[in-house]
Design a protein around this ligand. Structure first.
Ligand code: DC
Length: 222
């Protein structure tokens, strides 16, 4: 049996940075499920579709192929065989991801990909509904949070470091909007699983957060 660790929480809580580091330390595969939703969002908007148009996005799904591969230990998402790692980090892809992620056909489309990875490998999977829907039997569930201002600052710094032009106030407003969308949608809303460990990283350094997650995982699987 594989070991599955579910890490959920709002965007910018540090999920991907922390999960990637912990996965490396423990020798698990890191799965960033947000990248899958971003890829569907990008597929929609790059074809001129409105990301919240359920009929149009549903019709698109059978025509696209979304795959995860690993290059030098880093996850790479492929849309129809093309590496779209850069495109899916654009602010417009963030909003499109949030919109498509509210559509039931999109969630169903990505469910198999996520579950089959978890069945094959020891994974640290991060997302919004991993502990509640995708991997309800995960051995460890962690819900990571931080204040909206701190999360927006982290996201802003990340985008600037990647050379993406943006301003902090817009990043904060979009993050609050996405928090609202993600936690109020009727299907698989962002919420902690009842058996998850809550971890607020607002006042933690990155290393402290990594150590805290490693401790939770080690305690549960030893
Ligand atoms: O984690 P992220 O910011 O890359 O996620 C992008 C969007 O995808 C986010 O608005 C919520 C959605 N998402 C989701 O609904 N379920 C997941 N498991 C992961 C992400």
């Amino acid at each position: 049996m594989t070991i599955n660790v579910a890490i959920d929480g709002p965007s910018g809580a540090g999920k991907s940075t922390i999960a990637r580091a912990v996965a490396k330390q423990l020798g698990y595969v890191y799965v960033d499920t947000g990248a899958l939703y971003r890829t569907v969002g990008w597929a929609a908007i790059s074809r001129g579709l409105a990301a919240d148009d359920e009929a149009a996005v549903s019709a698109l799904l059978p025509a696209i192929q979304v795959d995860l591969t690993y290059k030098n230990g880093e996850q790479v998402v492929l849309l129809d065989g093309q590496d779209v790692s850069r495109e899916i980090r654009l602010p417009e892809s963030s909003m499109a991801a949030s919109a498509v992620s509210a559509l039931p056909p999109v969630r169903a489309f990505l469910l198999d990909t996520q579950r089959s990875l978890a069945a094959k490998h020891n994974v640290l999977m991060d997302g919004r509904d991993i502990g509640t829907v995708v991997l309800p039997n995960a051995q460890v569930k962690i819900f990571l949070t931080a204040s909206p201002e701190i999360r927006a600052r982290r996201r802003y710094d990340e985008l600037v470091a990647k050379g993406v032009e943006c301003d902090y106030e817009t990043v904060l407003a979009e993050l609050k909007q996405r928090d609202y969308n993600d936690s109020h949608r009727p299907i698989a809303p962002l919420k902690p699983a009842p058996d998850s460990h809550m971890l607020d990283t607002s006042d933690m350094t990155l290393q402290e957060a990594i150590d805290a997650v490693c401790r939770l995982v080690s305690r549960a699987v030893d």
